[in-house]
Design a binder for this molecule. Structure first.
Ligand code: MRU
Length: 322
Protein backbone atom coordinates (compact mmCIF):
# COMPACT_ATOMS: atom_id res chain seq x y z
CA UNK A 1 0.00 0.00 0.00
CA UNK A 2 1.26 3.48 -0.89
CA UNK A 3 1.93 5.58 2.21
CA UNK A 4 -0.61 8.25 3.12
CA UNK A 5 0.16 11.90 2.34
CA UNK A 6 0.51 13.68 5.67
CA UNK A 7 1.09 17.35 4.66
CA UNK A 8 0.43 19.35 1.51
CA UNK A 9 -0.20 22.87 0.40
CA UNK A 10 -3.71 23.44 -1.04
CA UNK A 11 -3.96 24.08 -4.78
CA UNK A 12 -4.47 27.84 -4.42
CA UNK A 13 -1.81 27.93 -1.69
CA UNK A 14 -3.95 29.67 0.92
CA UNK A 15 -4.12 26.73 3.34
CA UNK A 16 -2.21 23.67 4.52
CA UNK A 17 -3.90 20.29 4.28
CA UNK A 18 -2.94 17.64 6.83
CA UNK A 19 -3.93 14.10 7.66
CA UNK A 20 -5.50 14.18 11.14
CA UNK A 21 -3.15 11.72 12.89
CA UNK A 22 -5.28 11.64 16.05
CA UNK A 23 -7.81 9.47 14.25
CA UNK A 24 -5.48 6.80 12.90
CA UNK A 25 -5.78 3.94 12.23
CA UNK A 26 -9.62 3.85 12.24
CA UNK A 27 -10.30 6.99 10.22
CA UNK A 28 -8.49 8.74 7.41
CA UNK A 29 -9.60 12.36 7.47
CA UNK A 30 -7.91 15.46 6.12
CA UNK A 31 -8.11 18.94 7.64
CA UNK A 32 -7.64 22.22 5.79
CA UNK A 33 -5.96 24.84 7.98
CA UNK A 34 -6.06 28.55 7.13
CA UNK A 35 -5.64 30.54 10.31
CA UNK A 36 -2.70 30.78 12.70
CA UNK A 37 -4.96 29.48 15.49
CA UNK A 38 -5.91 26.39 13.48
CA UNK A 39 -2.24 25.77 12.70
CA UNK A 40 -1.18 26.23 16.33
CA UNK A 41 -3.89 23.78 17.47
CA UNK A 42 -2.84 21.25 14.85
CA UNK A 43 0.66 21.14 16.34
CA UNK A 44 -0.42 21.42 19.99
CA UNK A 45 -3.05 18.67 19.73
CA UNK A 46 -0.86 16.34 17.62
CA UNK A 47 -3.09 16.44 14.56
CA UNK A 48 0.30 16.73 12.91
CA UNK A 49 3.14 15.17 14.86
CA UNK A 50 6.69 13.80 14.71
CA UNK A 51 9.60 16.23 14.82
CA UNK A 52 10.45 16.47 11.08
CA UNK A 53 6.76 16.56 10.05
CA UNK A 54 6.11 19.39 12.49
CA UNK A 55 9.00 21.29 10.87
CA UNK A 56 7.67 20.70 7.35
CA UNK A 57 4.18 21.73 8.43
CA UNK A 58 5.52 24.88 10.09
CA UNK A 59 7.33 25.85 6.88
CA UNK A 60 4.12 25.58 4.82
CA UNK A 61 2.19 27.35 7.59
CA UNK A 62 4.63 30.27 7.54
CA UNK A 63 4.26 30.59 3.77
CA UNK A 64 0.45 30.72 4.05
CA UNK A 65 0.64 33.13 6.99
CA UNK A 66 3.03 35.42 5.11
CA UNK A 67 0.17 36.15 2.71
CA UNK A 68 -2.29 36.72 5.59
CA UNK A 69 0.21 39.02 7.26
CA UNK A 70 0.72 41.07 4.07
CA UNK A 71 -3.04 41.42 3.53
CA UNK A 72 -4.35 42.12 7.02
CA UNK A 73 -1.24 43.68 8.60
CA UNK A 74 -2.67 42.56 11.96
CA UNK A 75 0.47 40.61 12.87
CA UNK A 76 3.97 40.44 11.44
CA UNK A 77 5.34 37.16 10.17
CA UNK A 78 7.75 37.15 13.14
CA UNK A 79 4.77 37.30 15.49
CA UNK A 80 3.08 34.42 13.71
CA UNK A 81 6.37 32.53 13.90
CA UNK A 82 6.68 33.07 17.67
CA UNK A 83 3.09 31.91 18.11
CA UNK A 84 3.63 28.68 16.16
CA UNK A 85 6.93 28.00 17.97
CA UNK A 86 5.13 28.18 21.32
CA UNK A 87 2.82 25.27 20.39
CA UNK A 88 5.32 22.57 21.44
CA UNK A 89 8.74 23.11 23.05
CA UNK A 90 10.77 19.91 22.69
CA UNK A 91 11.23 19.11 18.98
CA UNK A 92 13.80 21.56 17.63
CA UNK A 93 12.52 21.14 14.06
CA UNK A 94 9.60 23.50 14.77
CA UNK A 95 11.86 26.40 15.77
CA UNK A 96 14.35 25.47 13.07
CA UNK A 97 11.75 25.60 10.28
CA UNK A 98 10.16 28.85 11.49
CA UNK A 99 13.56 30.57 11.74
CA UNK A 100 14.58 29.26 8.34
CA UNK A 101 11.38 30.68 6.80
CA UNK A 102 11.94 34.06 8.49
CA UNK A 103 15.36 34.32 6.82
CA UNK A 104 14.12 33.27 3.37
CA UNK A 105 13.59 35.72 0.52
CA UNK A 106 11.31 33.37 -1.47
CA UNK A 107 9.01 31.69 1.04
CA UNK A 108 7.20 29.62 -1.58
CA UNK A 109 10.44 28.01 -2.75
CA UNK A 110 11.73 27.66 0.82
CA UNK A 111 8.79 25.65 2.19
CA UNK A 112 9.01 23.27 -0.75
CA UNK A 113 12.76 22.99 -0.17
CA UNK A 114 12.23 22.10 3.52
CA UNK A 115 9.88 19.30 2.43
CA UNK A 116 12.06 18.00 -0.43
CA UNK A 117 15.23 18.12 1.65
CA UNK A 118 13.58 16.10 4.41
CA UNK A 119 12.53 13.43 1.88
CA UNK A 120 16.11 13.24 0.57
CA UNK A 121 17.53 13.07 4.13
CA UNK A 122 15.08 10.33 5.12
CA UNK A 123 16.10 8.25 2.12
CA UNK A 124 19.77 8.53 3.08
CA UNK A 125 18.99 7.80 6.74
CA UNK A 126 17.13 4.67 5.63
CA UNK A 127 20.12 3.60 3.49
CA UNK A 128 22.53 4.19 6.37
CA UNK A 129 20.21 2.37 8.78
CA UNK A 130 19.92 -0.60 6.47
CA UNK A 131 23.67 -1.25 6.86
CA UNK A 132 22.87 -2.17 10.49
CA UNK A 133 20.44 -4.94 9.54
CA UNK A 134 20.53 -8.34 7.91
CA UNK A 135 17.69 -10.30 6.42
CA UNK A 136 15.43 -11.77 9.11
CA UNK A 137 16.45 -9.32 11.87
CA UNK A 138 13.99 -8.15 14.50
CA UNK A 139 13.89 -4.58 15.79
CA UNK A 140 12.13 -3.02 18.78
CA UNK A 141 10.55 0.39 18.07
CA UNK A 142 9.10 3.13 20.27
CA UNK A 143 6.58 5.85 19.36
CA UNK A 144 6.41 6.58 15.62
CA UNK A 145 9.30 7.61 13.42
CA UNK A 146 7.86 6.57 10.07
CA UNK A 147 6.75 8.40 6.94
CA UNK A 148 3.82 10.02 8.75
CA UNK A 149 6.22 11.64 11.24
CA UNK A 150 8.47 12.88 8.43
CA UNK A 151 8.16 13.16 4.65
CA UNK A 152 8.82 9.64 3.35
CA UNK A 153 10.35 6.38 4.66
CA UNK A 154 10.73 7.97 8.08
CA UNK A 155 13.83 7.94 10.26
CA UNK A 156 13.64 5.15 12.84
CA UNK A 157 11.44 3.02 10.56
CA UNK A 158 13.13 3.96 7.29
CA UNK A 159 15.61 1.07 7.20
CA UNK A 160 12.85 -1.50 7.71
CA UNK A 161 10.67 0.05 5.00
CA UNK A 162 13.51 0.46 2.48
CA UNK A 163 14.69 -3.09 3.21
CA UNK A 164 11.19 -4.42 2.56
CA UNK A 165 11.18 -2.63 -0.82
CA UNK A 166 14.33 -4.67 -1.54
CA UNK A 167 12.51 -7.87 -0.58
CA UNK A 168 14.28 -8.28 2.77
CA UNK A 169 12.26 -9.75 5.64
CA UNK A 170 12.07 -8.14 9.06
CA UNK A 171 10.19 -8.54 12.31
CA UNK A 172 9.39 -5.72 14.68
CA UNK A 173 8.20 -5.51 18.28
CA UNK A 174 6.26 -2.26 18.45
CA UNK A 175 5.80 -0.50 21.82
CA UNK A 176 2.25 0.84 22.03
CA UNK A 177 3.69 4.09 23.51
CA UNK A 178 1.36 5.35 26.18
CA UNK A 179 -0.36 7.69 26.62
CA UNK A 180 -1.02 8.75 23.02
CA UNK A 181 -0.43 5.32 21.47
CA UNK A 182 1.61 6.45 18.46
CA UNK A 183 3.21 2.99 18.33
CA UNK A 184 -0.05 1.01 18.35
CA UNK A 185 -1.95 3.43 16.15
CA UNK A 186 0.66 4.56 13.63
CA UNK A 187 3.89 2.51 13.71
CA UNK A 188 1.99 -0.80 13.64
CA UNK A 189 -0.04 0.50 10.68
CA UNK A 190 2.98 1.74 8.72
CA UNK A 191 5.08 -1.38 9.30
CA UNK A 192 2.21 -3.76 8.55
CA UNK A 193 1.50 -1.86 5.32
CA UNK A 194 5.18 -2.26 4.41
CA UNK A 195 5.00 -6.03 4.99
CA UNK A 196 7.04 -6.18 8.21
CA UNK A 197 6.03 -8.96 10.64
CA UNK A 198 4.70 -6.80 13.51
CA UNK A 199 4.09 -7.77 17.14
CA UNK A 200 2.51 -5.10 19.32
CA UNK A 201 3.49 -4.94 23.00
CA UNK A 202 2.61 -2.71 25.95
CA UNK A 203 5.49 -0.44 26.94
CA UNK A 204 6.20 -2.38 30.13
CA UNK A 205 6.85 -5.60 28.16
CA UNK A 206 10.10 -4.48 26.52
CA UNK A 207 12.19 -6.00 29.35
CA UNK A 208 10.96 -9.55 28.79
CA UNK A 209 11.26 -9.14 25.01
CA UNK A 210 14.94 -8.26 25.46
CA UNK A 211 15.57 -10.88 28.18
CA UNK A 212 14.23 -13.57 25.84
CA UNK A 213 16.55 -12.32 23.08
CA UNK A 214 13.68 -11.64 20.71
CA UNK A 215 15.21 -8.46 19.21
CA UNK A 216 18.55 -7.70 17.55
CA UNK A 217 18.42 -3.93 18.04
CA UNK A 218 16.30 -0.99 19.19
CA UNK A 219 15.54 1.74 16.60
CA UNK A 220 14.00 5.05 17.69
CA UNK A 221 13.58 8.54 16.23
CA UNK A 222 14.29 11.72 18.14
CA UNK A 223 13.11 15.26 18.74
CA UNK A 224 16.35 17.04 19.62
CA UNK A 225 20.01 16.05 19.83
CA UNK A 226 22.10 18.20 22.16
CA UNK A 227 25.68 19.16 21.27
CA UNK A 228 27.08 16.48 23.63
CA UNK A 229 25.01 13.70 22.01
CA UNK A 230 22.22 13.47 24.61
CA UNK A 231 18.90 12.87 22.88
CA UNK A 232 15.29 13.83 23.65
CA UNK A 233 12.64 11.47 22.34
CA UNK A 234 9.20 10.18 23.28
CA UNK A 235 8.69 9.41 26.95
CA UNK A 236 9.94 5.91 27.70
CA UNK A 237 12.90 6.04 25.35
CA UNK A 238 15.46 6.45 28.14
CA UNK A 239 14.06 3.41 29.96
CA UNK A 240 14.45 1.35 26.80
CA UNK A 241 18.05 2.54 26.47
CA UNK A 242 18.80 1.45 30.05
CA UNK A 243 17.23 -1.97 29.37
CA UNK A 244 19.21 -2.27 26.14
CA UNK A 245 22.47 -1.57 27.95
CA UNK A 246 21.61 -4.20 30.56
CA UNK A 247 20.79 -6.86 27.98
CA UNK A 248 23.61 -5.90 25.56
CA UNK A 249 21.28 -4.91 22.73
CA UNK A 250 22.43 -2.11 20.36
CA UNK A 251 20.38 1.05 20.74
CA UNK A 252 20.26 3.35 17.69
CA UNK A 253 18.74 6.82 17.36
CA UNK A 254 17.74 8.09 13.90
CA UNK A 255 17.24 11.69 12.82
CA UNK A 256 17.89 14.22 10.07
CA UNK A 257 20.56 16.84 10.76
CA UNK A 258 17.73 19.39 11.23
CA UNK A 259 17.10 17.68 14.61
CA UNK A 260 20.60 18.42 15.89
CA UNK A 261 20.67 21.53 18.07
CA UNK A 262 24.27 22.70 18.34
CA UNK A 263 23.16 25.60 20.58
CA UNK A 264 21.84 23.20 23.21
CA UNK A 265 24.79 22.03 25.30
CA UNK A 266 23.38 18.92 27.01
CA UNK A 267 20.12 17.08 27.51
CA UNK A 268 19.57 19.07 30.72
CA UNK A 269 19.02 22.17 28.55
CA UNK A 270 16.14 20.59 26.59
CA UNK A 271 12.67 21.75 27.63
CA UNK A 272 10.44 18.74 28.24
CA UNK A 273 6.83 19.27 27.26
CA UNK A 274 4.24 18.39 29.92
CA UNK A 275 0.75 17.56 28.70
CA UNK A 276 -2.74 17.36 30.13
CA UNK A 277 -3.52 14.60 32.64
CA UNK A 278 -6.63 13.60 30.66
CA UNK A 279 -4.28 11.90 28.18
CA UNK A 280 -3.40 9.42 30.94
CA UNK A 281 -6.77 9.07 32.64
CA UNK A 282 -9.31 9.03 29.82
CA UNK A 283 -8.09 9.60 26.29
CA UNK A 284 -8.33 6.42 24.17
CA UNK A 285 -10.37 4.67 26.89
CA UNK A 286 -14.12 4.06 26.78
CA UNK A 287 -14.47 5.61 30.20
CA UNK A 288 -12.23 7.29 32.73
CA UNK A 289 -9.78 4.69 34.14
CA UNK A 290 -8.43 6.53 37.19
CA UNK A 291 -10.15 8.10 40.22
CA UNK A 292 -11.53 11.59 39.55
CA UNK A 293 -9.04 14.23 40.62
CA UNK A 294 -5.99 11.95 40.82
CA UNK A 295 -2.73 13.85 40.41
CA UNK A 296 -0.85 12.96 37.21
CA UNK A 297 2.61 13.68 35.82
CA UNK A 298 2.57 13.56 32.04
CA UNK A 299 5.92 14.46 30.44
CA UNK A 300 5.75 13.83 26.68
CA UNK A 301 9.50 13.24 26.24
CA UNK A 302 12.57 12.18 28.16
CA UNK A 303 16.30 12.54 27.65
CA UNK A 304 18.56 9.58 26.93
CA UNK A 305 22.16 10.24 27.97
CA UNK A 306 24.68 9.72 25.16
CA UNK A 307 26.50 6.93 26.99
CA UNK A 308 23.42 4.70 26.60
CA UNK A 309 23.23 5.25 22.82
CA UNK A 310 25.17 2.92 20.52
CA UNK A 311 24.97 5.26 17.55
CA UNK A 312 23.11 8.21 16.01
CA UNK A 313 22.15 7.67 12.38
CA UNK A 314 21.70 10.75 10.18
CA UNK A 315 21.78 11.38 6.44
CA UNK A 316 25.55 11.92 6.81
CA UNK A 317 26.32 8.53 8.32
CA UNK A 318 26.44 6.87 11.72
CA UNK A 319 28.11 8.51 14.71
CA UNK A 320 29.06 5.98 17.35
CA UNK A 321 28.58 7.62 20.73
CA UNK A 322 29.02 4.87 23.31
O1 MRU B 1 4.60 13.55 20.48
P1 MRU B 1 5.00 13.10 19.11
O2 MRU B 1 4.08 12.05 18.54
O3 MRU B 1 5.21 14.25 18.15
O4 MRU B 1 6.41 12.41 19.34
C1 MRU B 1 7.09 11.85 18.27
C2 MRU B 1 8.38 11.24 18.64
O5 MRU B 1 8.80 11.23 19.78
C3 MRU B 1 9.21 10.71 17.52
O6 MRU B 1 9.96 9.60 17.92
C4 MRU B 1 10.18 11.81 17.06
O7 MRU B 1 9.48 13.00 16.82
C5 MRU B 1 10.91 11.41 15.84
S1 MRU B 1 9.85 11.41 14.42
C6 MRU B 1 10.77 10.93 13.10
Amino acid sequence: MKSLVNIQLSENEDSVIILDQRLLPSRIEYLELRTAEEMYDAIRLLKIRGAPAIGIFAAYAMYVLSKVSKKSREKTLEQYGDYLKSARPTAVNLQWAVDRMLCASDLRAECRAVHDEDAAMCEKIAENGLTLLKDGDCVLTHCNAGALATSRYGTGLGALILGRERKMNFKAYVDETRPLMQGARITALELMNAGVDVTLICDNMAGIVMAQKRVNAVFVGCDRVAANGDVANKIGTSGLAILSKHYGIPFYVFCPSSTVDAKCKTGADIIIEERDSSEITEMYFKEQIAPQGVKCFNPAFDVTPRELITGIVTENGIVYTA
